[in-house]
Design a protein around this ligand. Structure first.
Ligand code: S3P
Length: 434
């Protein structure tokens, strides 16, 4: 399905409750495998990635029923995991494959994991290697790619410093550490999202943090958990972008997860001149409301340490930077090359389509993205997001500032994280045509 989005005469107005958090929904589904007590998750995400997690968990013995958007799940516990008689499909989801590698490494079962074309070409050696150091038997396709075979067995604790700021890698090692022999220490020089630590600690795992060190004492029995999932900040971000770009627009985002390890974009946008009103309440995860109104933005510098806190929002940030006055520099963006697509190239292509210039500077693990912004309307044309949901939604938001319009190819890939994205944007007043 190709969609054309163009600047509408009217400002965007209204309230949205974005799709539930994908990272948290996937973790809750996977972690419920590790306890034999019932888990209840209200407002579980219905996006494609969490649905892949649910099917994968069912292959491993999770019994569940869905009543509207409440998931009742009962797992077999680590010792009772069912050995699947066929490969487990992880769809488009790096979180699912990587967390499963860590979860299954200390189990008693053999499992093969594979994904779609994108996932089967993303780096998995970064997960396999530290798990092998703990004693895991993991086979990958040449080049450290999926399909992957995990032969569960006895592991020993680890002392591991993350070489990249990756919550997926951190989570895989933490999950393996829960059922290893002896204490583990995971050191993260640059903080990344901490949903795994929060949820597992809430389930009774002994996970403590001392500065940049996460200490895991294995062997604790995990209990069931009841939790309501908040809206996904990464999905909300596209509506924040839509609100900021459209003249006279005012959008309210309700019930959004505001975990500070996810909301780095808010700080960056404030530096760019946005005044966002945020109210929040604290639970296992903080939740709140964001009010956004259109604003003239200016360029800023995003430092490498901020990048993991807004990693999935960079395509959208690039669109806003293209409409801002002056240069926006985003340091430490190499990880964007190994996301659902090569997002760095995808962003550069999009910014140029909008009639703005950008540059990718540096080498290897030290890449910097510079966007030379200019206020005013965008040019238009056809954009191929290469089946990457976040590039498709970023291009769609950019179209809101293009009188000529932007045609987004295969726009349905937004379903991976936000199935209702286009209909919700339309409800706020956006002009979107098939
Ligand atoms: C995620 C972590 C991030 C993020 C991804 C989801 C997670 O990936 O980009 O969309 O759920 O832990 P990395 O851990 O590879 O940075």
């Amino acid at each position: 399905m190709d969609l054309k989005v163009k600047k509408s005469q009217k400002p965007l107005q209204g309230a949205i409750r974005p799709e539930s958090d994908k990272s948290i929904s996937q973790r809750l589904i996977l972690f419920s495998l590790l306890t034999e007590e019932e888990c209840v998750f209200e407002k579980i995400s219905s996006a494609l990635d969490p649905r892949s997690a649910l099917s994968a968990a069912a292959c491993l013995g999770l019994e569940y029923r869905l009543e509207n958007d409440t998931l009742f799940a009962k797992g077999p516990g680590i010792a009772g995991l069912k050995e699947p008689d066929r490969p487990i499909y992880c769809g488009n989801s790096g979180t699912l494959m990587r967390l499963l590698m860590g979860l299954l490494a200390p189990s008693r079962i053999f499992a093969v994991l594979y994904g779609d074309h994108s996932l089967n070409n993303r780096p998995m050696a970064r997960i396999a290697e530290p798990l092998r150091d703990m004693g895991a038997v993991i086979h990958t396709r040449r080049g450290g790619l999926a399909p992957i075979a995990v032969v569960g067995g006895d592991l020993k604790g680890t002392d591991f410093t993350l070489p990249v700021a990756s919550a997926q890698l951190k989570s895989a090692v933490i999950l393996a550490s829960l059922h290893s022999e002896g204490q583990s220490r995971v050191i993260e020089p640059i903080p990344s999202r901490d949903h795994t630590e929060r949820i597992l600690a809430h389930m009774g795992a002994e996970i403590t943090r001392q500065g940049s060190e996460i200490i895991i004492e294995p062997g604790r029995k995990l209990s069931g958990i009841k939790m309501k999932v908040g809206g996904d900040f990464s999905s909300a971000a596209f509506f924040i972008g839509a609100g900021l770009l459209g003249e006279g627009s005012e959008i309210i985002l309700d019930d959004v997860n505001l975990n500070p390890t996810r909301t780095g974009l808010l700080k960056v946008l404030e530096r760019m001149g946005a005044s966002l009103v945020v109210d929040e309440t604290e639970d296992v995860e903080p939740i709140g409301r964001i009010k956004v109104a259109s604003e003239n933005l200016c360029g800023t510098v995003v430092e490498s340490v901020e990048v993991p806190l807004l990693i999935d929002e960079i395509p959208l940030l690039a669109v806003l930077a293209a409409a801002a006055e002056g240069t926006t520099t985003i340091c430490g963006v190499s990880e964007l090359k190994v996301k659902e697509s090569d997002r760095l190239s995808g962003i550069a292509e999009l910014v140029r389509l909008l009639g703005r210039e950008c540059a990718i500077k540096g080498e290897g693990k030290n890449l910097t993205l510079e966007i030379y912004g200019r206020p005013g309307e965008f040019e238009g044309g056809t954009y191929d997001p290469k089946f990457d949901h976040r590039l498709a939604m970023a291009a769609c938001v950019a179209g809101l500032n293009s009188p000529e319009g932007i045609t987004v190819l295969n726009a349905e890939c937004a379903e991976v994280s936000q199935p209702q994205f286009y209909s919700e944007l339309k409800r706020l007043g956006a002009q979107i045509e098939e």
